[in-house]
Design a protein around this ligand. Structure first.
Ligand code: ADP
Ligand code: MG
Length: 314
């Protein structure tokens, strides 16, 4: 067989949704591979337009602008995403909450924070957080944020959702295998051209050069949330970008949470949730969910795994 007819890996790296995406497809032909990658990119950009809370013209911004005022009619796609996000809030007892977003007026991770917010500011701001106040009307496809000042944001679920959609689209075009990797959120299908499985390297953020496990990712997603990229430091204490919606303070104790799940959206949301739930409750909750596994690393470098993950040389 001539090599020009054999399956090969084609990869493109670009910035989407404010993050680095690596899109990989397996195809015999470079030109068609690039066309497939274009399709994935367009899909991710389409979703970004829908869910971005930075884009003043997005439906998401319209919902936020109408908090405490009016229900807003949105596309079924956005309605359903918000509906699923609220279900994940229920599943995690509110650890995951897209209405955490009003806190981004207090906690900013773009180097603009000069001092620790006061207890009073945090208290007032967290009062606006609460998925129970996201009112959904399925028949009318409307979303209403009940309180003035409330705000939703998809920082913890949007990349996963976009990765799922891009993967589904390419699978529907009969692309045999690939990876949508959104800054380490990996979503795979099929196999590598040599017949081997796609694998993910799990690293300890406290010792980044050394991957301690290489695990297969077979037609599923693996997502890592970490506090080693976006954080602020006050009085030698590191405050991460994952906020406990119940207290308004950044979560502490965990430095990295990796979740394996059939869908990137759920993996993404649960990785964030585990941060907030903490090691014990997080592991317990994950162990109750079929087909979902996790690996947690705490700030002492200890490694914890859910019931069905076995790692040697810990
Ligand atoms: P990353 O985007 O760095 O991979 P995550 O998937 O864990 O990390 O998402 C973290 C982002 O989610 C934060 O930057 C913020 O936008 C949002 N977020 C923070 N806390 C919560 C929370 N408790 N529930 C839902 N979203 C959150
Ligand atoms: Mg997440």
């Amino acid at each position: 067989m001539s090599s020009s007819f054999s399956q090969q890996i084609h990869k493109r790296t670009l910035k989407l949704m404010g993050s680095r995406f690596d899109i990989t497809v397996v195809d015999k032909d470079k030109i068609t591979a690039n066309q497939y990658i274009d399709i994935a990119v367009e899909e991710i950009q389409r979703i970004e337009k829908l869910i971005s809370s930075w884009d003043k013209n997005s439906q998401t911004s319209l919902i936020n602008d109408n908090a405490g005022i009016n229900p807003v009619k949105v596309d079924v796609e956005l309605f359903d995403l918000i509906d699923r996000a609220v279900q994940i809030s229920k599943l995690t007892d509110g650890a995951f909450d897209i209405s955490y977003a009003s806190m981004d007026r207090i906690w900013k991770f773009d180097n603009s924070m000069k001092k620790m917010p006061s207890e009073e500011e945090i208290k007032m701001s967290v009062a606006k957080v609460g998925y129970q106040n996201i009112i959904l009307n399925k028949a009318k496809s409307t979303v209403f944020l009940k309180q003035k000042g409330m705000k939703i944001g998809f920082g913890a679920i949007g990349k996963g959702y976009a990765a799922d959609r891009a993967k589904d689209l390419l699978m529907s075009k009969e692309v045999s295998a690939g990876i949508i990797n959104a800054s380490g959120d990996m979503n795979t299908w099929g196999k590598q051209p040599d017949g081997s499985e796609w694998k993910v390297a799990i690293t300890n953020p406290l010792n980044k050069n050394n991957a301690f496990a290489l695990l297969p990712v077979i037609d599923k997603a693996v997502v890592t949330s970490g506090n080693y990229e976006k954080y602020v430091t006050f009085n030698d204490k590191r405050y991460s970008h994952i906020i406990d919606p119940r207290t308004g303070y950044p979560s502490t104790g965990i430095v990295s949470a990796t979740v394996f799940a059939p869908k990137a959206e759920l993996a993404d949301a649960l990785a964030t949730s585990v941060f907030v739930m903490g090691i014990e409750i997080g592991l317990n909750r994950i162990n109750q969910l079929t087909g979902i596994e996790c690996i947690i690393i705490d700030d002492q470098g200890n490694i914890y795994t859910s019931d069905h993950i076995k790692i040697d040389n810990q």
